[in-house]
Ligand binder design. Structure first.
Ligand code: PRP
Ligand code: MG
Length: 212
């Protein structure tokens, strides 16, 4: 049987729970994140440890057959990629935030401002839908520091516990979307691998049912 190739976040908040899900599904994966690729000893599956933001392109190209990835990343970079299953972990929201001391009465206050974010497409779509235009500064991490160093008036980033916003004296003013980890599938998956994926999905479903 052909092995399916599944992408898992290399490091970050989805990594551990993604591997835990595979483990709970009875799939043993030998090494940790030392190598970028690992093979299961008891299921036809290979895990590729990849950067979050690169995963949509790998799926699109068919370099991997499936991925465990945050919905927020698919919304930002992979709207063409199919979601097979919501996985119930890594829940977060993608929100707009402004300095605690700033007066905020509504989205129109952000018109003409500078917004720092790692989610330019998501922000642009959201603002455009609401008839607002802003000057986006794209940053790949530590976005919440931007207002404090004078780089931006507002930020858009993932909020989970809210502690990063709190520590940086920011307040969440708009929730743009809710997100959780999902199983995403490559549009190029072969019929043979699709069969293996169906088996994996069946196992994942029973794990998720048992967790409820
Ligand atoms: C993520 C995200 C937020 C924070 C949200 O950053 O970018 O900053 O977590 O979580 P919280 O609401 O529980 O504080 P991460 O720490 O993963 O690092 P990065 O921004 O450098 O990628
Ligand atoms: Mg961050």
């Amino acid at each position: 049987m052909q092995k399916i190739r599944i992408a898992v976040q290399k490091s970050g908040r989805l990594h551990d729970d993604s591997l835990k899900l595979l483990k709970d599904a009875g799939i043993s994966i030998d090494n940790g994140r030392e190598q970028l690729k690992a093979t299961s000893g008891n299921f036809p599956l290979e895990v590729f440890y990849l950067r979050n933001g690169d995963i949509p392109q790998y799926l699109r190209d068919g370099v991997v057959d499936a991925a465990i990835i945050g919905e927020n990343v698919l919304i930002e970079k992979g709207e063409d990629i199919i979601t097979a299953e919501k996985l119930g972990f890594s829940k977060c929201r993608v929100s707009l935030a402004v300095p605690k001391t700033a007066k905020y009465t509504g989205l129109k206050d952000l018109d003409g401002t500078r917004i720092a974010t790692s989610y330019p497409n998501t922000v642009n779509n959201y603002l455009a839908k609401n008839g607002i235009s802003a000057d986006l500064h794209i940053i790949n991490g530590s976005v919440e520091i931007a207002p404090n160093i004078g780089l931006a008036d507002a930020i858009c980033d993932i909020v989970s516990s809210g502690s990063t916003l709190f520590k940086n004296n920011l307040k969440e003013v708009e929730v743009m979307l809710q997100s959780e980890a999902v199983l995403a599938v490559s549009p190029k998956i072969s019929a043979e691998r699709k069969e293996v994926l169906t088996k994996l999905q069946f196992r994942i479903k029973s794990v998720l049912r048992a967790r409820k």
